[in-house]
Write a protein that binds this ligand. Structure first.
Ligand code: IPE
Ligand code: IPE
Ligand code: MG
Length: 253
């Protein structure tokens, strides 16, 4: 589907990408693990395991590029509908990922920032998530938002409830509530909105991801399944993004 050919003259390299403004924030829907496994006659959980390997490599690419924000969709509020053993395997993978990677993430200055209804996650997974968050909270090189038990609608309703509480207690007036105020109450408060949203596995939908924040994000969809997603695909997505024209409702400049 994509051509990995840059401008046709020069291959896409880090230097080429750095010639133009890079996206400040990229969001990725890490999808297609199940299909990847099925194609190979393997259990879905093996697909998830290879998906984690893709994530590790992509994080390294972000560090190399110097992009400050990465949000990855790891588990949605709707994913609880899956069989219990798959949900358990996903939660165990979170523990394994943190156990194996926390030293590396911290050493690179990466802030692990879980976003979503994390309190609903229990046991060891919850403890590890909180440990990773606490240990890396002062890191500034890359904010890695890990969307876990995340749903865009849940996030918005949560904000609305918090604002209502503050209005009732007199802490906030209704006039103070504008778009910026609202955005700051979301899990991603204070962060730039994603410039680019990447969805592997070819699905043409948002699946309840960052509903508010992606209002003006550029979409890049590929048939590549997440476990096959490599740095070259990330670079291609960024290159394509850099060669699009964003208008934000205005006119061509
Ligand atoms: C994405 O892969 C990972 C999660 C949703 C946790 P899927 O498990 O959705 O893979 P497909 O879409 O079935 O291929
Ligand atoms: C979105 O993928 C959620 C994650 C990647 C974590 P899904 O596989 O759950 O989305 P749908 O069901 O295809 O919309
Ligand atoms: Mg899927």
């Amino acid at each position: 589907m994509e051509k990995f050919s840059g401008d046709g003259q020069r291959p896409i390299t880090i230097e080429l990408l750095k010639e133009k403004p890079l996206p400040k924030h990229i969001a990725i829907i890490m999808d297609g693990n199940g299909r990847w496994a099925k194609k190979r006659g393997l259990p879905r959980t093996i697909g998830h395991r290879y998906g984690v390997e893709s994530l590790k490599k992509i994080i390294e690419s972000f560090v190399d590029l110097g992009i400050g924000y990465l949000t990855v969709y790891a588990f949605s509020t709707e994913n609880w509908k899956r069989p219990e053993d798959e949900v358990d395997a996903l939660m165990d993978l979170v523990v394994e990922f943190i156990d194996k990677e926390l030293d590396y993430l911290d050493s690179k200055g990466i802030k692990v920032n879980p976003i979503g209804y994390i309190e609903r996650i229990t046991g060891l997974t919850y403890e590890k998530i909180m440990t990773a968050k606490e240990r890396t909270k002062d890191n500034t090189v890359l904010t890695l938002n890990v969307a876990l038990n995340y749903g865009g609608r849940q996030e918005i309703v949560r904000s609305v409830k918090a604002i209502c509480q503050n209005v009732l207690s007199g802490e906030t007036t209704i006039d103070e509530i504008d778009e910026e105020f609202f955005a700051n109450t979301l899990y991603t408060g204070g962060q730039p909105d994603p410039d680019l949203l990447i969805r592997p596995s070819g699905e043409m939908r948002v699946s309840n991801f960052l509903l508010w924040q992606i209002a003006y994000s550029e979409f890049w969809i590929t048939n590549i399944l997440w476990p096959d997603f490599k740095q070259e695909h990330l670079w291609q997505a960024i290159y394509d993004y850099q060669n699009r024209q964003r208008r934000f409702g205005g006119l061509k400049s």
